[in-house]
Design a binder for this molecule. Structure first.
Ligand SMILES: Nc1nc2c(ncn2[C@@H]2O[C@H](COP(=O)(O)OP(=O)(O)OP(=O)(O)O)[C@@H](O)[C@H]2O)c(=O)[nH]1
Ligand SMILES: [Mg+2]
Length: 482
């Protein structure tokens, strides 16, 4: 039971204090905050979580790594440790394996991941102000925050629009996209197949499966060979633990405008599976998981998209906009219904791998991400989740330097490319603050090698060099560490 201190603050103060979650008793015993880390494949989720966990565990020994996380900067951190084994539903995030991969010689990066996972850290800290004062009297001063970090594929958020589309509408939207630009070339085989198999032909299990296999292969080729990101359904690209269940065996067909598939047709079978997918996979993800993740960070490989060229960049922009929809309750009755009373309180969109460009370009990278995802429009309208944008590097693998180029003193980054014998200097042209105009996509304007990570001590003592990781974490959960 809560024992009131000798000096009792005003009733108004107390009511204010006790009305906000978490309560004092929760604070003393330990409240929980969920932080979900998402982004399209290769955006940097695994590296982000690994560095975040390692730096939090190291923060007591080396507070200089995370000064902008206020609980550390203000010297209020008492302890941070990994949560012990528990009967959680999700697989455990392989922090230890990842750190070992990065700390061996030669250093490597963690493996790509295929499914959702989680890891918990217990943070013990001294709260500030009145809360600290009250807690000081009931629990010796310290509070505990259980931070649960979840890694899930951003591709899954690309399925939200399906919930408000019929199979016919979705098919039309997808096929219109696959008939344009670089996509049309990639989709030639699939488009040929569905030209021979119309939605109104008599249903056939074998043809449906064949269409699905071809379509799924198209999505994977689109991602791996053409750098495309706006790929639906998301689970065809990142199935997670789903396995190859029959209700997944659908694909878009040409369904003429103003019609929907009649019973007994191939289109009707596809439609049935599409509806089961929406119900069993998409809706369930939002209801069972997403709604618990009060704080989320969406990682975007803006540099990778710029480097991949016009079509890939435009596709990343589309995908980022689609992901943003999952944080806009005001616009979405469906999202509001799925979330019930739960809300994502804060979402941070972060351009990753900022160590590839010098410091003087990083604000441009944030501006570009802001403009890519139409975030200025969103701000003006006001959104339900508190959304911000930043640029970060989870593992700074370069250092800053300068180089004389054409008589000018230019900022560069210095790092060792993976497999390279020695360190090299890398210069990049200015990062544009808006998506480049169609005629501005000439030769690639920057070189982005895969850098070797810096030397890392696998023991949580020294931490890992980073850029803005502490700032990002303070934005996301700093209010729960006051
Ligand atoms: N230099 C540098 N490279 C990074 C950084 N973060 C990620 N990378 C590079 O990007 C690659 C992908 O990072 P991951 O964290 O595995 O990406 P992911 O989003 O988990 O990818 P999937 O598991 O495939 O979805 C890494 O192997 C690194 O080469 C960073 O902060 N700095
Ligand atoms: Mg990963």
């Amino acid at each position: 039971m809560l024992k009131l201190p000798g000096h009792i603050p005003g009733l108004g103060d107390l009511r204010d204090l006790l009305s906000g979650a978490p309560s004092l008793t929760e604070l003393a015993k330990g409240s929980t905050v969920w932080l979900a880390v998402t982004g399209l494949s290769r955006a940097g989720k695994t590296v982000f979580i690994t560095s975040l966990v390692h730096n939090l565990l190291s923060a007591l020994h080396n507070p200089n790594r995370m000064p902008l996380l206020k609980v550390v900067g203000e010297g209020r951190l008492i302890a941070a440790k990994l949560e012990g084994a528990k009967a959680h539903l999700l697989p455990r995030f392989p922090y230890q394996d990842n750190i070992e991969a990065m700390a061996t010689t030669p250093a490597g990066w963690p493996q790509a991941t295929a499914d959702i996972s989680e890891i918990g850290i217990d943070i013990r800290f001294m709260p500030t102000g009145l809360v600290g004062d009250l807690l000081g009297r009931i629990s010796g001063g310290a509070a505990t925050l259980k931070l649960r970090i979840v890694d899930y594929p951003g591709e899954w958020l690309l399925d939200l629009p399906l919930l408000s589309q019929s199979y016919a509408e979705w098919s039309r939207a997808m096929l219109a996209l696959w008939r344009r630009g670089v996509r049309a070339e990639a989709a030639r085989e699939y488009l040929g197949f569905i030209a021979d198999h119309q939605a109104d032909e008599v249903t056939s299990e074998a043809v449906a499966k064949q269409a699905h296999d071809l379509y799924r292969a198209l999505l994977i080729t689109g991602r791996d060979k053409h750098g495309l990101s706006y790929l639906q359904p998301g689970r065809f690209v990142c199935p997670g633990g789903l396995g190859d269940v029959p209700y997944l065996w659908f694909a878009p067909l040409d369904v003429p405008e103003g019609t929907s598939p009649a019973a007994g047709t191939l289109g009707a079978l596809m439609e049935e599976r599409y509806e089961v997918y929406k119900r069993e996979v998409v809706t369930k993800f939002y209801e069972d998981y997403f709604r618990n993740y009060g704080r989320q960070i969406v990682l975007v490989d803006v540099l990778g998209a710029l480097l991949a060229g016009r079509d890939a960049f435009e596709d990343t922009r589309l995908a980022t906009e689609a992901i943003l929809e999952s944080f806009r309750y005001g616009q979405h009755n469906i999202l509001t219904r799925l979330m019930g009373s739960a809300r994502v309180e804060r979402a941070l969109f972060a351009a990753t791998k900022a160590d590839h460009i010098p410091d003087n370009q990083r604000d441009n990278m944030s501006a570009l991400l802001r403009n890519m995802a139409a975030l200025p429009v969103l701000e003006a309208r006001g959104s339900d989740a508190d959304i911000d944008v930043t640029t970060l590097a989870s593992v700074a693998s370069t250092v800053e330097g300068t180089q004389d180029i054409d008589g000018k003193h230019e900022a560069v980054v210095i790092g060792r490319p993976v497999g390279g014998a020695k360190q090299k200097k890398f210069f990049s042209d200015a990062i544009p603050i808006r998506p480049p105009r169609p005629d501005a996509w000439g030769a690639p304007f920057l070189e982005i090698p895969k850098f070797e990570p810096p030397l890392i001590d696998p023991a949580p003592v020294d931490g890992i060099p980073h850029i803005n990781l502490d700032l990002a974490l303070d934005y996301l959960i700093g209010d729960r560490l006051r």
